[in-house]
Design a protein around this ligand. Structure first.
Ligand SMILES: Nc1nc2c(ncn2[C@@H]2O[C@H](COP(=O)(O)OP(=O)(O)OP(=O)(O)O)[C@@H](O)[C@H]2O)c(=O)[nH]1
Ligand SMILES: [Mg+2]
Length: 205
């Protein structure tokens, strides 16, 4: 069945030491360096430009922001890394916030965003190592695809994934044009279904 986002609302933010909201369904989070387009992607998926705060300067999202989708599962916007101007204390805080969240066991799927035009950074490679270490299923998304000629997008996305050290496949995505939106919705729909099936089988035991 076709999966759609029919309803989206901000639920809460979590800072270092905060209690996360109760998890009753799937939880899908977005990671990537600052300014790669995480918050914009959430807005474009939800067809609501005002849902998550975005900015042309990096370091906009500083907390873990939970959005409840279809009154069911969570989409989670995370603060970005690799923000050059951030002071050391800020970077350490980011590390503890992210490590706490990723190790919580709540996250059913991660979308890791990389810029379709740029080589992945050392921070991107570290992020991928964390994802693998915490054993979280993930999908790579190559953002800002509208900035490349259509004919170059698929190859550029897959090359970026390969340079990252992951299986060489990433979905080209544009928050401006909606390219890649259907593919992402399909993946989200699968994750939400899988979590429900698994939960159902555990409840029966
Ligand atoms: N052309 C184009 N610009 C985009 C796209 N996605 C995001 N942007 C722009 O990139 C900038 C950063 O977007 P955000 O969504 O705030 O980035 P972020 O990853 O949430 O950044 P942090 O919160 O700092 O980690 C903004 O100026 C957006 O308008 C896209 O698909 N195409
Ligand atoms: Mg953001």
């Amino acid at each position: 069945m076709e999966f759609a986002i029919k309803q989206a609302e901000f639920e809460t933010s979590a800072a270092l030491g905060s209690v996360y909201p109760e998890k009753t369904s799937a939880e899908i989070a977005i990671v990537g360096k600052s300014n790669v387009g995480k918050s914009s992607l959430i807005n474009s998926l939800c067809n609501n430009k005002k849902l998550a705060r975005t900015s042309s300067s990096p370091g906009k999202t500083r907390l873990i922001n939970f959005f409840r989708i279809n009154r069911d599962f969570y989409l989670v916007d995370l603060p970005g890394y690799g923000f050059a101007k951030a002071p050391k204390t800020e970077k350490e805080k980011w590390g503890r916030l992210m490590e706490g969240y990723l190790s919580s066991g709540r996250v059913d799927h991660l979308f890791m965003l990389i810029d379709i035009r740029h080589e992945p950074t050392a921070d991107d490679k570290l992020m991928l190592q964390w994802i693998i270490y915490y054993n979280i299923p993930y999908t790579l998304i190559a953002t800002k695809s509208d900035k490349l000629a259509r004919s170059k997008r698929v190859q550029a996305a897959n090359t970026a994934a390969k340079l990252l050290g992951a299986p060489p496949a990433a979905i080209p995505y544009s928050s401006e044009t909606g390219e890649g939106r259907d593919a992402m919705l399909m993946r989200i729909g699968q994750v939400v279904e899988d979590v429900k099936m698994l939960k159902g089988s555990i409840d029966i035991e």
